[in-house]
Each structure stands twice: as structure tokens, then as C-alpha cells.
Design a binder for this molecule. Structure first.
Ligand SMILES: *[C@@H]1O[C@H](CO)[C@@H](O)[C@H](O)[C@H]1NC(C)=O
Ligand SMILES: *[C@@H]1O[C@H](CO)[C@@H](O)[C@H](O)[C@H]1NC(C)=O
Ligand SMILES: *[C@@H]1O[C@H](CO)[C@@H](O)[C@H](O)[C@H]1NC(C)=O
Ligand SMILES: *[C@@H]1O[C@H](CO)[C@@H](O)[C@H](O)[C@H]1NC(C)=O
Ligand SMILES: *[C@@H]1O[C@H](CO)[C@@H](O)[C@H](O)[C@H]1NC(C)=O
Ligand SMILES: *[C@@H]1O[C@H](CO)[C@@H](O)[C@H](O)[C@H]1NC(C)=O
Ligand SMILES: *[C@@H]1O[C@H](CO)[C@@H](O)[C@H](O)[C@H]1NC(C)=O
Ligand SMILES: *[C@@H]1O[C@H](CO)[C@@H](O)[C@H](O)[C@H]1NC(C)=O
Ligand SMILES: *[C@@H]1O[C@H](CO)[C@@H](O)[C@H](O)[C@H]1NC(C)=O
Ligand SMILES: *[C@@H]1O[C@H](CO)[C@@H](O)[C@H](O)[C@H]1NC(C)=O
Length: 517
């Protein structure tokens, strides 16, 4: 769906150099039995590497939005009959991800026309790329969000233009005339710096900024919309220089936004390989992209910039087949969340909740995929305050790229943990080595609750199912999500992650000052 070319000039990395011999990761050996029970020594067929992790409990680095982990669907979702807004199963699954934004946008948003009145049959009959949005669609979408705790971000069609090249808000005003909901946020257009390839039209950053001013003006004319939230410009990263120029012209032309959105994908879905998905060099492209956007918008907006990933995933072009929806996609999801929070992004909206190869839910029956379960556990355990966490005392500077650790205050509302608890997000990208992690300082010797996520079944990295502490994760029934059960590692026990695995670890008794009060 997304055709952008990430030719990111400042980030040319040498090819991945693993410290270790390559192994066939698709068939990597499953760990058998309850290897991580309280008093058991792990059965490790592989060599173990020791790591030490230091978490700073005093100084928070950043506080994200409460909806930090959020989700995307294409605007053409209304045409997808399996994504049924009134489905009990879908609503149950969505409650498990709340609070979150649901962005209805993407390439298709610039081909949507609101029609009122409109016949249901017309809505389902899309001509070329065009989608018809009917009053019933709008009501169903908003009611669905209200029922599940999702906060709608709705992208308006920017390609409705007048003959003299300005944005034409006529169709948007028609929707506003009809709308009675308090829509949490609006957007205008999608990847406007790529309109030439999406729609054979070229618009400057300045013109896009002026379009946003028109949107703010029509909101200001309506008393219900005076404080309306607008996110934009949803640019993608096409190369450091052209991206910066486009964004600078945009921010110089408008103060209409309440958050600055940009899009990042690590890979091209049509060429990405399994090795790319577990390559630290690929994951380490993101910080440069975040810095590029932040340095530009901070200059103009300061604290009001609120930079956010408005659409992001493992791979563009709809994701990588048999990879973007598998166990292995969890590395990119969790690393992106950890890295983005650490670097000061307010929100990360993942593509896609439903649709294409990166879908979180099965396209036919809505069964949750591994990335859904990672997101679900994330919501249960991770609060907004971000803490500094580092891999220390390693023999090689590569170690903190292969074993990756992020820390947050623990969510207390749904988890039963105490204020002051700390949650670690940990990934081991070694293909053949377990990581044996000792926590330092205040966390040394504390009991740690382990939520280790490993693939289920013989497919290994490309499994469609995932285990939490060796138990398969699945819905109990359409109304019930499973309990998230930990394994307690008693005081002083190290965290041991098998090769190519990830997980969450909670230190309940951390008494982190940053997390209390
Ligand atoms: C761990 O972090 C603390 C500050 O929070 C610092 O004083 C200490 O030197 C660090 N230890 C190591 C081994 O890096
Ligand atoms: C919309 O649905 C119809 C009927 O199912 C299908 O033929 C058409 O390709 C769909 N259009 C889009 C853009 O998905
Ligand atoms: C959507 O789900 C509702 C409730 O489960 C059901 O009544 C309705 O028939 C479904 N619609 C479609 C198009 O499957
Ligand atoms: C793109 O637009 C130009 C005119 O603006 C037109 O000449 C050209 O044929 C269009 N290309 C495509 C692929 O539609
Ligand atoms: C969004 O920005 C507009 C314009 O700066 C402002 O009037 C409005 O109060 C902001 N909304 C929120 C919720 O901050
Ligand atoms: C945006 O706000 C700043 C600071 O108030 C002001 O200097 C600038 O002219 C404004 N830009 C636009 C396009 O309104
Ligand atoms: C994806 O997996 C299916 C079987 O699950 C297989 O038929 C198909 O060829 C695979 N596609 C690619 C591109 O690997
Ligand atoms: C560092 O090297 C020593 C000696 O070879 C080894 O015992 C230790 O496990 C290594 N540490 C890491 C983190 O690799
Ligand atoms: C996050 O922590 C704050 C206190 O810092 C608390 O008020 C809030 O309820 C927590 N959120 C969740 C989801 O636990
Ligand atoms: C993990 O490291 C600790 C401390 O370095 C050590 O005592 C323990 O034996 C190691 N565990 C494994 C499984 O190697």
C-alpha cells in the first residue's frame, strides 16, 4: 500500500556482522518443558552469554501519551466485510488494547468521499481506488470506538482540490455538518511528500501547511470544533535532505497542528527477508529518523511539537509475506516502542491492526496474531514514564545492540502491581546464544516476574502462534481475553532469554522514585 523508498542518506550501515555463526533460524529448537520454573536450572542447549543491565530509577527520561501504543487501519476498511464493527470478538480484542488511538487513514484516505444520503450497496462498490463513506459507516465507526475505548483519529481527503490548486473543504464540511461525535483527532492527507507516486500530483510543504490552515479555519467557524485536535502532516521519510526541506516548509506555513506525525518502515515488504527482521543494524535505523524529524519540528514548535509516529510498521508495501504477522515481527514492534518512548515520541500508531501482510488480526476470522499478544501484554504492564536502561560491562560494543533493554514504570491499574514497580522490555537477538541478564544496583537480588514470549510450534520465527512462559496464548472465548500469568524468578535469579526471544520483566519491589506519585 505504501510505496515509499527509504533512501536514508545519513544512515548507511555496513552489512550486519553477527558475532556468531549463522544458523537456520526458521527451525530453531524449541525449549521443552517448564524450563524456567522457580527452582529449575534452565536446560540450555546453547552457549550462554552474560549481561548486566543498569536501570536508573530516579530520573525519568520522558512521559508518553497514555495512548502511546496505537493502531492504524486503512480508510478503505469500510469495504472489508470481515472487519465487522459490531463483532463481539473484535470488540473484546480492542478493549484489550485500550486506551489507544485508532487511526483511520493511509493511502486510501485521499480517495474517500462522504456521501449523504447514500445507499449501502453503493458503499461496497468501490470504483478504482475510490471509497464511499456513508453516514452509517461513520456512525458504526464512532460507536465502535466509544464501545471499546479507542480514540478515533480520522484522516480527511486532501486530494479534493479546487481548480486553482487549493484544498477544497466542501466534502469535509459535509461530514462535519452530519457528525455529532466528539472526534478525538483529525488529520488531512497521507504522505503528502509522496503524492506524485500515490496520485500523480506534486504539492509543496508550504501548500500542505496552507491546507492545514484552511482546516483550522473551518473548525474555528464551528463552536463544537474550536479545540479540535489536528495531527499532521504524516510525511514519510524519503531521504534526509528532501524530507527536512518539505517539513521545514510545512511548519513554517502553519501552526494549526497539535502533533507532528511522520511515517517510518524499516524495510520494503516485497524484498524483506527473515534475517532482516532480526538484524540489529536494521532496527538501529530508527533513531536517526526520529532525530531528523525531532530536530526539525523542535526548532519551530518547541514543546508543542509532539512528534509521533503516525503510521509505522515492519515493512512498507503492506508488509512482508509470512513475516510481518509472525512471531518474528515482535522484535520490530517492541524495539520500536522502546526506542520511540526513550527518544521522546508521544504516540506510535502501528500498521496495521487489520489488513495486508502486517495485520494483527487474521483477515478471515479475526484471530489475534503474535503481535496482538505482544501489544496486549504491553498495555497491561507498561506505563507512560520512561526510564533509562543500559546494558553495561560488555566485552563488545555490539552487545547492547544484540541484547536490547528498555524500561518503563509498570502500569498499576490492570496489573495488580504496586506504584514504584518497573517493567523491562528485553530482546535477545542472538541466533544461537541465550542471554543471561543480571540486574544491577537497586534491582539487584530482587524478585522478578517473567513474561517470556516464545514461538509456538515447529515454524519457530515464522510461527503464527506465541507462548507466554511456555503456555499458548489464545482468547478464552469471544468475550474473554486470557489471564497474563507470570513466572516468578526468586531474588538473585538471572533473567535468561533463549536465542531469538523477547519478553517483559516486572520488578514489583523496585520502589522507583520516578514511578511513585
Ligand atoms: C548504574 O547507574 C547508576 C546511576 O543510576 C550509576 O551511578 C552507576 O555507575 C551505573 N553502574 C554501571 C555499572 O554502569
Ligand atoms: C470493495 O469490495 C468489493 C466487493 O467485495 C470488491 O470487489 C472491491 O475490490 C473492494 N474494493 C476495495 C478498494 O477494497
Ligand atoms: C456483524 O456482526 C453482527 C453481530 O455479531 C452480526 O449480527 C452481523 O451479521 C455481522 N455482519 C456481517 C456483515 O457479517
Ligand atoms: C500525470 O499527470 C500529468 C499531467 O499533470 C499527465 O500528463 C500524465 O499523463 C499523468 N500520468 C499518469 C500516470 O496518470
Ligand atoms: C489544538 O491546537 C489549537 C490551535 O493551536 C488550539 O486552539 C487547541 O486548543 C488545541 N487543542 C488541544 C486539545 O490542545
Ligand atoms: C506560528 O507561531 C509563531 C509563534 O507564535 C509565530 O511566530 C509564527 O508566525 C506563526 N506561524 C504561522 C504560519 O502562523
Ligand atoms: C507463505 O506461506 C504459505 C504457507 O503458509 C506458502 O504457501 C506461501 O508460499 C508463503 N509465501 C511466501 C512469499 O513465502
Ligand atoms: C567477556 O569475556 C569474558 C572472558 O572471555 C567472558 O567470561 C565473559 O562472559 C564475557 N562477557 C560478555 C558479556 O560477553
Ligand atoms: C500510570 O502511572 C500513574 C502514576 O504515575 C498512574 O496514575 C496511572 O494510573 C498509571 N496508569 C496505568 C495504566 O496503570
Ligand atoms: C548467569 O549469570 C550468573 C552470574 O554471572 C551466574 O551465576 C549463572 O550461573 C548464570 N546462569 C547461566 C544459566 O549461565
Amino acid at each position: 500500500m505504501l510505496r515509499h523508498v527509504t533512501t536514508f542518506l545519513v544512515l548507511v550501515f555496513a552489512q550486519a556482522v553477527f558475532l556468531l555463526p549463522k544458523v537456520d533460524v526458521t527451525g530453531f529448537r524449541q525449549h521443552e518443558g517448564p524450563m524456567l520454573g522457580i527452582n529449575e536450572i534452565p536446560d540450555l542447549s546453547t552457549r550462554v552469554l552474560d549481561y548486566k543491565v543498569n536501570v536508573s530509577l530516579k530520573l525519568p527520561i520522558f512521559k508518553t501519551d497514555t495512548r502511546f501504543l496505537s493502531h492504524n487501519v486503512e480508510s478503505a476498511i469500510f469495504n472489508k466485510t470481515n472487519f465487522n464493527f459490531s463483532s463481539t470478538k473484535l470488540q473484546t480484542l480492542m478493549r484489550g488494547l485500550a486506551p489507544a488511538y485508532l487511526r483511520v487513514g493511509g493511502t486510501s484516505s485521499d480517495f474517500v468521499t462522504f456521501q449523504n444520503p447514500c445507499k449501502e450497496e453503493v458503499a461496497k462498490r468501490n470504483h478504482h481506488k475510490q471509497t464511499i463513506l456513508c453516514p452509517q459507516d461513520w456512525i458504526r465507526l464512532n460507536d465502535f470506538c466509544l464501545a471499546t475505548g479507542l480514540h478515533l483519529v480520522y484522516a480527511l481527503n486532501q486530494l479534493k482540490r479546487t481548480e486553482d490548486g487549493q484544498w477544497d473543504p466542501t466534502n469535509t464540511e459535509k461530514l462535519l455538518d452530519f457528525n455529532t461525535y466528539d472526534v478525538p483527532a483529525w488529520e488531512l492527507g497521507n504522505e503528502p511528500n509522496s503524492y506524485l507516486s500515490h496520485a500523480n500530483i506534486s504539492l509543496s510543504g508550504e501548500q500542505i501547511g496552507q491546507d492545514f490552515n484552511v482546516l483550522r479555519t473551518i473548525f474555528n467557524k464551528r463552536s463544537n470544533y474550536r479545540n479540535a485536535v489536528i495531527f499532521g502532516p504524516d510525511i514519510n521519510i524519503r531521504g534526509a535532505i528532501v524530507t527536512t526541506i518539505f517539513l521545514e516548509r510545512f511548519v513554517a506555513a502553519t501552526n494549526a497542528t497539535n502533533g507532528t506525525t511522520f511515517h517510518c518502515y524499516y524495510l520494503d515488504g516485497s524484498t524483506a527477508t527473515l534475517d532482516d527482521f532480526i538484524d540489529p543494524e536494521v532496527l538501529d535505523v530508527l533513531p536517526g529518523e526520529i532525530n531528523l524529524i525531532k530536530s526539525t519540528v523542535d526548532k519551530y514548535y518547541g514543546k508543542e511539537a509532539k512528534p509521533m509516529l503516525g503510521e509505522t510498521g515492519s515493512a512498507y508495501n503492506g508488509g512482508a509475506k509470512n513475516l510481518s504477522d509472525r512471531y518474528v515481527a515482535g522484535f520490530m514492534l517492541l524495539d520500536k516502542l522502546g526506542m520511540s518512548a526513550k527518544m521522546g515520541l508521544d504516540v506510535v500508531m502501528r500498521a496495521a491492526l487489520y489488513g495486508s501482510d502486517y495485520t494483527m488480526l487474521d483477515l478471515d476470522n479475526l484471530d489475534p496474531k503474535p503481535t496482538y499478544w505482544s501489544a496486549y501484554i504491553y498495555k497491561r504492564l507498561v506505563n507512560t514514564t520512561v526510564l533509562e536502561a543500559n546494558v553495561v560491562n560488555t566485552n563488545s560494543s555490539k552487545d547492547d545492540r544484540i541484547v536490547r533493554v528498555y524500561a518503563h514504570c509498570t502500569s498499576t491499574e490492570k496489573s495488580g502491581y504496586d506504584a514504584g514497580a518497573v517493567t523491562l522490555i528485553v530482546m535477545n537477538l542472538h541466533k544461537g546464544h541465550s542471554a543471561n541478564i543480571t540486574l544491577l544496583q537497586e534491582l539487584y537480588g530482587q524478585d522478578v516476574d517473567q513474561y517470556l514470549l516464545t514461538p509456538h510450534g515447529p515454524l519457530g520465527m515464522t510461527s503464527l502462534q506465541i507462548e507466554l512462559n511456555n503456555n499458548l496464548l489464545a482468547m478464552v472465548d469471544d468475550r474473554t481475553l486470557p489471564e497474563i500469568k507470570h513466572v516468578r524468578l526468586k531474588g538473585g535469579r538471572q533473567l535468561v532469554l533463549p536465542p531469538l526471544s523477547y519478553g517483559f520483566y516486572v520488578v514489583n519491589n523496585a520502589k522507583a522514585e520516578s514511578c511513585i506519585g
